[in-house]
Design a protein around this ligand. Structure first.
Ligand code: ADP
Ligand code: ADP
Length: 229
């Protein structure tokens, strides 16, 4: 898999308020690195810079040594997949939503993705073409169900780099645990950046970076960081 690198990245939205004050880290091929920190620390900004919703002010973001500013939007989107914190689905069937991004996928591939996302049994219990917003029985998908549809979509797309941005933050504890294990399955062996609020959700990360006040305040594995708390 590819390597994702942040080189001394500086960023602000408004010139009078620096958000990232020189951030450097690397996500090695196939590894999972987590960024944690208080709300407002700049965590989501990091994912926006990778996707180029915004560009860095100083420094660079690189994929396999290539500056993302030199990569076309098309190849950037093929290389990087994101499971966002608030999943918005198309008002269409679950299958349509899973296939979005890979309409050519075979039935088998769709089923495997649904199984990994732990939503296959659920889908099979629904009528064909069940709509994600208002179903035939007038039911909407819950937040956790929507999230699993988004995970299945990402699994099917199989991006070389995966960004999980507070992917379980909106869920109750039981659902969060189910989704967490689905996410662990997707990130296995993939170059993954996890953005999280709490240390407890990133136990398995190869390295955890603590972002505070626009700087990397601490870095280490889960045990080191717990010991310092
Ligand atoms: P986190 O994900 O750690 O909660 P963000 O990266 O979303 O933090 O935001 C970092 C800071 O930047 C916050 O103080 C937020 O209010 C501010 N911010 C985010 N987006 C914008 C924007 N588009 N314009 C101005 N300020 C923003
Ligand atoms: P991609 O990165 O797959 O090329 P986009 O950049 O269009 O796709 O959007 C990023 C992600 O946001 C998509 O993978 C998809 O999950 C989701 N998305 C975008 N637009 C919508 C929408 N209108 N309804 C539901 N999901 C959407």
């Amino acid at each position: 898999g590819p390597v994702l690198t942040f080189n001394d990245v500086k960023f602000h939205y408004d010139a009078d308020r620096e958000i990232l004050k020189g951030i450097s880290f690397e996500v090695p091929a196939g590894k999972t690195i987590a960024v944690v920190g208080p709300s407002g620390a700049g965590k989501s900004t990091i994912s926006r810079l990778i996707y180029r919703f915004y560009d860095v002010i100083e420094g660079s973001v690189e994929i396999d040594g290539q500056d993302v500013r030199d990569v076309t939007q098309k190849s950037l989107r093929a290389a990087v997949g994101m499971v966002p914190q608030d999943t918005v689905l198309f008002n269409d069937s679950i299958e349509y939503n899973i296939r979005y991004g890979r309409p050519d996928a075979t039935e088998n591939e769709v089923r495997e993705a649904a199984q990994l996302a732990q939503i296959a049994d659920f889908i099979e219990g629904l009528p064909d073409g069940y709509n994600t917003q208002v179903g035939e029985r007038g039911l909407k998908l819950s937040g956790g169900e929507k999230q699993r549809v988004a995970i299945a979509r990402t699994i099917l797309k199989s991006p070389p780099i995966l960004i999980l941005d507070e992917a379980t933050s909106a869920l109750d504890t039981q659902t969060e645990q189910e989704i967490q294990s689905a996410l662990d399955a997707v990130s296995q062996g993939r170059t993954t950046l996890v953005i999280a609020h709490r240390l407890s959700t990133v136990v398995n990360a190869d390295e955890i970076i603590v972002l505070r006040d626009g700087k990397i305040a601490e870095r280490g594995n889960h045990e080191n960081l717990l010991a310092q708390d």
